[in-house]
Design a protein around this ligand. Structure first.
Ligand code: ADP
Ligand code: GLC
Length: 491
């Protein structure tokens, strides 16, 4: 099949979170299983044209933006590394020539994010036509590209070029919905009859996530657990009813990880290689991590955290629990950026309790690898987690995840069963300081008193298979289902 994947970020070009990992890795695996795939994303300022050897296409692309008229953009072409998958970058200085992807320096979303991502959505479809890539599937991701399925059902509904094109819309996060004032209807240019509670409207605003949910041929999210959760009000952020209405066309496919990028046996960022048969290198990685973050090189359980510092990740609960956790003889190494109050709080605790807690505020791929490799445990107390990639990296590095049992975390981590010895990590259910502290306490107790159990759990964790191969095959099935559904509808 021919797949045209549109996303607001993709590794290695631009990344703020797991969406980039998926958008930059899944296409390579689709390609390996025989599909023809291309990726479309913005050419943000940080996408380095020289480094990635991007070539400017000899075309100027016209993008109709409703009441704003037709805007024009350039297009660069590159490749996903180690593949022949083309990546098309939409070049528009006014929209994407900025220091960051979504937010200004105060962390507020850019005021024109509506226009920036409606533009991406429309440009992606115009570009498919301009380069003659007639897709079986247009695969859109998250609110930024929610207008893509809408456009296919409106502006392009009778366009012969897209007559056999089905849309797949993947939800990576229900919380971010792209809510904008109603005037956005005129920028979409689809007509005001779409401004309706069964269509784009939600809470008297235009909701671009909802546009994707309502209009896509089929929907999926990134784990089965999260698929169940977002059909309920507690996790649906107001759109659970929309998902329930579409449950027949709604699926859960867990993400994979890039096994070449995240491989403890050949990771250039870590101090020593190790694998399931020989874990001795892991201790060297731990000593290296302690030195790098400034923790004493002692033999105590070391807990790693790499996270956006936001409430989704339960970082507020961690903050509330932190002093109590630090009464245990443990160390915690945290890497992340996010809400200013959390950054400040964690930095302050580092100053006071630096022998047990070190927070590095910032973004560092290298330190993320060192933490995955050097820590004994990896903590993810998420309030909700559509899939989560860090626990998958942790499993591969034998770093036992301590997680709240939600969404993808619940699906991918097996709670240690003391009777059978089976498990790959430690889980808690209630998002409370008590539950968090008790479960960390359980893991730490096991580390001190049953080192043999920890070794066994590490081996079980490292033998889990979260490669993309399996998940890419499931996407293949999803695409076939979408294509069949589209054909039936056309008849
Ligand atoms: P989310 O997309 O919700 O943030 P995921 O677990 O799916 O959560 O993906 C997060 C990705 O971003 C992982 O690849 C993780 O290593 C990376 N990441 C997050 N924060 C940082 C950071 N401060 N430095 C380096 N990598 C980070
Ligand atoms: C989102 C989710 C995360 C998921 C990622 C990739 O950012 O928060 O759980 O792993 O998307 O699908």
């Amino acid at each position: 099949m021919r797949i045209w994947l549109v996303a607001s970020e993709a590794v290695p070009f631009a990344k703020t979170g797991g969406l980039a990992d998926v958008a930059g890795t899944l296409p390579k695996w689709l390609r390996r299983s025989g599909h023809e795939v291309a990726v479309v994303m913005p050419r943000y300022y940080i996408v380095d044209r020289q480094k990635y050897n991007l070539k400017k296409l000899a075309l100027a692309l016209g993008v109709p933006m409703g009441i704003m008229g037709e805007l024009w953009c350039g297009v660069y072409e590159g490749r996903l590394p180690a593949s022949d998958v083309p990546v098309y970058f939409i070049e528009h200085e006014g929209f994407y020539g900025r220091a960051s992807l979504y937010n200004d320096e105060k962390g507020q979303g850019f005021l024109d994010n509506d226009n920036r991502f409606i533009f991406l959505s429309r440009a992606a479809l115009q570009l498919a036509k301009a380069v003659g890539f007639q897709p079986d599937i247009v695969h859109a991701n998250d609110w930024h590209t929610g207008a893509v399925p809408l456009f296919l059902n409106t502006h392009y509904a009778v366009d012969p070029f897209f007559s056999a094109t089905a849309s797949v819309f993947t939800i990576h996060n229900m919380q971010y919905q792209g809510n904008f004032y109603e005037g956005v209807v005129d920028v979409l240019g689809v007509g005001w009859h779409h401004y309706h509670v069964h269509d784009l409207m939600h809470d008297n605003q235009v909701n671009l996530l909802k546009a994707g949910l309502v209009h896509a041929t089929v929907l999926n999210t990134v784990s089965k657990g999260y698929a169940r959760e977002i059909m309920m009000p507690a996790y649906g952020y107001g759109l659970d009813g929309v998902i329930r209405e579409r449950f027949r066309d709604f699926f859960g496919i867990v993400n994979g990880i890039d096994l070449e990028e995240w491989n403890p046996a050949a990771d250039p960022a870590i101090a020593a290689p190790f694998d399931i048969n020989d874990l001795s290198g892991k201790l060297l990685c731990k000593r290296d991590l302690q030195a790098v973050v400034g923790l004493p090189q002692r033999d105590v359980p070391l807990i790693g955290i790499v996270s956006r510092l936001v409430e989704q990740k339960g970082m507020d609960v961690l903050a509330a629990a932190l002093y109590r956790l630090l009464e245990l003889d443990i160390q915690i190494a945290l890497l992340g950026t996010g809400d200013p109050w959390l950054q400040t709080f964690f930095e302050q605790v580092s100053l006071q309790r630096g022998n047990r807690f070190q927070a590095k505020i910032g973004y560092s791929e290298e330190l993320a690898h060192k933490i995955e490799a050097g820590a004994d445990f990896f903590l993810m107390p998420s309030r909700f987690e559509p899939c989560g990639l860090n626990q998958l990296y942790s499993l591969r590095y034998g770093t036992l995840p301590i997680v709240r049992a939600t969404g993808g975390l619940d699906d991918t981590v097996i709670n240690y069963d003391e009777k059978t010895g089976v498990g790959t990590g430690f889980k808690f259910h209630d998002l409370t300081v008590d539950a968090l502290c008790n479960t960390v306490g359980w893991a730490v107790y096991t580390w001190y008193n049953h080192p043999d159990v920890i070794t066994r759990l590490r081996q079980q964790a490292m033998s889990c298979d979260y490669s993309w191969e399996r998940s890419a095959a499931k996407y293949g099935q999803l695409y076939r289902y979408a294509r069949a559904k589209k054909r039936k509808k056309n008849i």
